[in-house]
Write a protein that binds this ligand. Structure first.
Ligand SMILES: Cc1cc2nc3c(=O)[nH]c(=O)nc-3n(C[C@H](O)[C@H](O)[C@H](O)COP(=O)(O)OP(=O)(O)OC[C@H]3O[C@@H](n4cnc5c(N)ncnc54)[C@H](O)[C@@H]3O)c2cc1C
Length: 431
C-alpha cells in the first residue's frame, strides 16, 4: 500500500523551484507555501510587491495537497452562537464569506487562471447521525436561507438512497453548490500562477527565526538571513515553535485518508448516485467521495486525534468504511496517508496581526475554499487595500492557558471523543 497521497499520482509529487539564491531583502516574506501562502503570494506579486514564500517541505506538501478535495463553505458554529459572540453584522459576514464569497472567489480563480484541477460542482450530502438531529438541522437550514441565498435542501431518511447507497444516516442536507477537486492539482495550479505573477517560491527552506528590529524583520533560514518589510505566517496545522504566539492558538489535529483499489465506475455510481461529496454529523467525522475518475472511493476520517500508528489507523478505517457500505465486504486499500489540520479554539479561521506578524490560519478542517480566500484577504490587508476587510478579522483567535504549543492533551481528547461517540451511538434509535 502506498503512503503518498493518491492525488500525487495524477498531479505529480509537490515540487517547486528550490535552487535560486535567496534575495537579501523582500517586501513580504511568507512562511508556508500551501493554499494560503501561495494565494497571498500571487495577490502581492500582482500588486508589484517583491514577495518570497518559503516552505519547510515542498510548496503544497502540507495539508493543501493531501486533503479530501472537498470544496464548499460552512461553519461548525450555528449562526445564533456566532451572533451572541460577535454581533449580528459580523456573524452575517462570517456566514456570507464561508458559504458564498469564498466559493465565488475560488471558482473565479479556477476560471480566470484556467487551473486544471478536476473541479466539479458535484454538491455535498451531510448525513445526520441521530434521528433527533433532523428537526434541528431543518430549522438551522431554514434560518440560514432567511439570511443568505444558500442552495440547499433537507433530504429525509426515506429518500436518502437518492444520494448514497447506505442506511447509516437519518437523512441529511444536500448542498448543491459544493464540489470536489484534486487538491494537489489545485495547489499546484496556484503555485504556477503565483510564479507567473512574479512571486519567488522556495521549498526545502524552513524559516528558523523571525525577529523584529526598528525598520524591518530579520528572517533566518538554513540558507542564510534576509530582511522583510512584512511577514505573513501561513502555516496552519504545521505552525512551528518559532511562531510561538500563533502555535499556542492552533491545535494540529491529524486527519487520515485511504483510497480503495479501483471498484469500477458502475459500482461507484451505485454507491454515490450523483457523485456527491459526503460528510456526516458525528464526531468521528467520516468524509468520503468518488475519485475524480469515478473508479474508487476516497475515504477520510478522524480515526484518531493524535498521530496514531498506521496499523491502528487502517483497522479504524476498514471498520468505518464497512459501517457505511457493508455491502462491499472486505475492500483493499491502495493508498493511505495523513496530514495535519489546524483547529482554532473557536473553530473559526482568523486573519490579522499578532506581535507584528500577519497570519491567516485556523481553518479547522475546511480550507480548500477558505485558505485561498483568506490568504488573498491577508495579502490585501498587507497592501493596505480596503478590500482586505473580512469578518474573519473581527473574531477572537483565542488562547487557552493550558496550550503552550505542544498539544499534550490530544490523546485525552481522543478518549473523550470515543466516549462521546459511544454515547451518541447509544442514543441512535435503531430500525
Ligand atoms: C487529511 C486532510 C483532509 C482534509 N480535507 C479537506 C477537505 O476535503 N476540504 C477542505 O476544504 N479542507 C480539507 N482539509 C483542510 C485543508 O487541507 C487545509 O485547511 C488547507 O490546506 C490549509 O492550507 P494552508 O496553506 O493554510 O496550510 P498547509 O497546506 O498545511 O501549509 C502549511 C505549510 O507551512 C509549512 N511550514 C511549517 N513550518 C514552516 C517553517 N518553519 N518554514 C517554512 N514553512 C513552514 C509546511 O511545510 C506546510 O507546507 C483537510 C486537511 C487534511 C490534513
Amino acid at each position: 500500500m502506498k503512503s503518498d497521497p493518491f492525488w500525487w499520482e495524477d498531479a505529480g509529487r509537490p515540487d517547486g523551484p528550490s535552487a535560486e539564491d535567496l534575495p537579501s531583502e523582500v517586501d513580504v516574506l511568507i512562511v508556508g507555501a500551501g493554499l494560503t501562502g501561495l494565494t497571498a503570494a500571487r495577490t502581492l506579486a500582482r500588486a508589484g510587491k517583491a514577495v518570497l514564500a518559503l516552505d519547510a517541505m515542498q510548496p503544497g506538501e502540507g495539508a493543501s495537497s493531501r486533503n479530501g478535495g472537498m470544496i464548499g463553505g460552512g461553519h461548525r458554529l450555528a449562526f445564533e452562537t456566532m451572533r451572541a459572540r460577535f454581533g449580528h453584522d459580523t456573524a452575517l459576514g462570517l456566514l456570507r464569506e464561508a458559504h458564498l464569497d469564498s466559493g465565488t472567489f475560488v471558482k473565479s480563480l479556477i476560471d480566470a487562471e484556467n487551473i486544471d484541477c478536476d473541479y466539479r460542482e458535484s454538491g455535498r450530502f451531510r448525513g445526520l447521525w441521530r434521528d433527533d438531529e433532523y428537526a434541528r438541522a431543518a430549522r438551522d437550514l431554514e434560518r440560514l436561507q432567511q439570511l443568505i441565498p444558500l442552495e440547499a435542501e433537507m433530504l429525509p431518511r426515506a429518500r436518502q438512497h437518492e444520494e448514497i447507497a447506505s442506511e447509516l444516516y437519518r437523512g441529511g442536507t444536500v448542498f448543491f453548490r459544493h464540489g470536489g477537486l484534486n487538491p494537489a492539482k489545485w495547489v499546484g495550479g496556484i503555485l504556477q500562477r503565483a510564479l507567473a505573477a512574479g512571486a519567488l517560491v522556495q521549498g526545502n527552506t524552513p524559516v528558523t527565526a523571525v525577529e523584529r528590529d526598528a525598520s524591518a524583520f530579520r528572517v533566518d533560514t538554513p540558507r542564510g538571513m534576509l530582511r522583510a518589510g512584512a511577514v505573513l505566517a501561513a502555516t496552519n496545522g504545521y505552525t512551528p515553535a518559532q511562531l510561538a504566539s500563533l502555535k499556542r492558538r492552533i491545535v494540529p489535529i491529524p486527519s487520515f485518508i485511504v483510497t480503495t483499489e479501483p471498484l469500477g465506475n458502475d459500482l461507484v455510481r451505485q454507491l454515490f448516485p450523483h457523485g456527491r461529496m459526503i460528510v456526516e454529523s458525528r464526531d468521528r467525522h467520516c468524509y468520503y467521495r468518488p475519485s475524480p475518475d469515478g473508479e474508487r472511493i476516497v475515504f477520510g476520517a478522524r480515526a484518531a486525534m493524535f498521530d496514531a500508528p498506521e496499523s491502528l489507523v487502517l483497522r479504524q478505517m476498514r471498520g468505518l468504511l464497512r459501517q457505511v457500505f457493508p455491502q462491499l465486504g472486505e475492500i483493499d486499500f491502495s493508498h493511505s496517508w495523513r496530514g495535519f489540520t489546524g483547529f482554532s479554539f473557536d473553530f473559526l479561521p482568523n486573519v490579522g496581526k499578532i506581535e507584528g506578524i500577519w497570519h491567516a490560519m485556523g481553518y479547522s478542517g475546511s480550507g480548500n475554499a477558505m485558505a485561498p480566500w483568506l490568504g488573498h484577504k491577508a495579502a490585501l490587508q498587507i497592501l493596505g487595500d480596503p478590500e482586505g476587510e473580512t469578518a474573519f478579522s473581527r473574531t477572537d483567535f483565542p488562547l487557552r492557558w493550558w496550550h503552550r504549543g505542544r498539544p499534550w492533551f490530544l490523546p485525552f481528547a481522543d478518549v473523550t471523543f470515543r466516549l462521546r461517540d459511544a454515547w451518541n451511538n447509544s442514543r441512535r434509535v435503531t430500525g
